[in-house]
Design a protein around this ligand. Sequence first.
Ligand SMILES: [Ca+2]
Ligand SMILES: [Ca+2]
Length: 654
Amino acid sequence: MPPSRRDFLKTLGMGLTTGSSAIACSFCGKRTAERHPPNIVLIFIDDMGYADLGCFGAKGYETPRIDRLAAEGIRLTDFYVSQAVCGASRASLLTGCYAERVGYQGAPGPASKIGLNLGEETIADLLKKRGYATAIFGKWHLGCVPEFYPTRQGFDEYLGLLYSNDMWPYGYDGTPVAEGRKAAYPPLSLIRNEEPIAEIKTLEDQSTLTERYTREALRFIDENKDRPFFLYLPHSMVHTPIAASPEFRGRSGHSPYADVVMELDASTGRIMDRLERHGLDGNTVVIFTSDNGPWLNFGDSAGSAGPLREGKGTMFEGGPRVPCVIRWPGRIPAGRVTSEIATTMDLLPTIVAWAGAPLPALPIDGLDIRPLLQGRTETGPRDNFFYYYEHELRAVRKGRWKLIFPHKSRSYVGAEPGRGGLPGPYATVETGLELYDLVADVGETRDVAAEHPDIVAELQELAERARDELGDRLTGRKGKGEREPGRVSTRFPADITHAAVGAAVSLSGPPSPSYPGDGPATLTDGKRGTFDFHDGRWLGFEGEDFGAVIDLGREVSVSSVVCGFLQNQGSWIFLPTEVRVSLSRDGTAFREAGRIGRKPVPDPAAAYVPEEIRFAASPVRFVKVSAKNVGTCPSWHAGSGGRCWIFIDEIVVE
Ligand SMILES: [Ca+2]
Ligand SMILES: [Ca+2]
């Protein structure tokens, strides 16, 4: 008998757990299901480096309140986020899954039409089932259209920014930008629940964010002191543009960056004091960590990864390895330090087990690390970690060994960093197949692959199993455990029946290799695309005209042809300037049935436009459609001179 999927994944060490086993587990011990389950406070800093806290070796300034958390709890030295980028990292934190599993990548901007799938269960969803009050104060970054807001993903209340604080129509110095990508950004709104309440448009406004979030957190604790609560505090700082409130400017005597970190430290202290005032600190789990490593090209406005290689946007250790401390007096022994591998994905199963709440119904990757944290064992349940970035499996770690696969990466080495809040350029680095011993060489400086062919082979085997489950763009693999992100649907039904469904299509030229859909058949499969042009339901043509002939297989009486086109000018996708339909009975002699022409005009809204051509009904077998590309982006467009795209999803023949 073949092993079950669960057994199989267990041998992978991928920690796949399912709802049914979870329920059995969370009620098996009395210790985990007391009358009043613990409150959870999860403080998540944006872009804080591995060495930015005193207890992780920060130099030149102090973080006494966070250091005290470490002294009274546990410090994790080998703690990872799933990816060194804001959005994907947060998807993993809240779902307990690799970003590949939940299909959520990168750091989507204001025009993005995807979000964390509403079918995923977040920590907030799960704790609500156990009667927790839930709140998020800070940066969301898991979908910026209302259907994906935090209030739709288990949070009772929200105050914060929907995405990064630099996704605003201003430069890093706070002055308006006239051209480029940011010029098209909408105002950066502070959202309360589902309504914008203020606009963040100056560095002075940025400097209010830490204080605003902290005040909300204190109020939330006050209001919910008599019931279990989950407080998720994903600060916008220390992501640039950094800004400390007036009270903290110059406080560190070191740098504006250190001032901002000290304000975050003081914020953490105020939360601890408030818990203590209400007598709650003994029954509250406080977790402090970061979403990814430092953004090093900002120089003196970035943090430090200390001894680790590189930073944010890379999967060398400085990218995904982040500082982490967890405090729960009486349960987690004070002053503990562990170098076992653990990840933000492990927080979900650990927290819900402490709370006596169920695990998600869908498979996850996180592992319950309660025994490790509580000192019942020195060995954690996780001995491996898969370093994915934007769906590329760039490296794998098992125990002390990290095998890096050949890939191109952002690098900060050899590029002059910016100063005074402004970014410097990135460099790039290309790796080979490289093996590092992270215990002897945490900085990944000496490739020892040639000395350990057996370990290389073992890690390659492990990686192969990850690719099977989660896919890998570097080797062109689709994983069988991959799920879809949430997508904004158009107002048209996703499925449609018409006379050309299943008909053969020949294209006059191939689509871009980046957007091939399912080949030419994409145009007659009876499926429409969503606003996400990455959804595999579109054919994309870069700078080229579109042309296709559909063979209906036999003569059919036809009176209209409707072609579905996408407009998303922010992504250089324009409607065609002309659409023309011709008909034929024999595939040789075509007669024109109609044409539509339009001029490109600025329109920031994403739109699904069915271009319809109607004509007198007549029997035809072949339908020819051509569409003219705008060509190069018009002078009024941010990409002026660049090549325009056409995206088409279906040719509806009736
Ligand atoms: Ca970040
Ligand atoms: Ca289609």
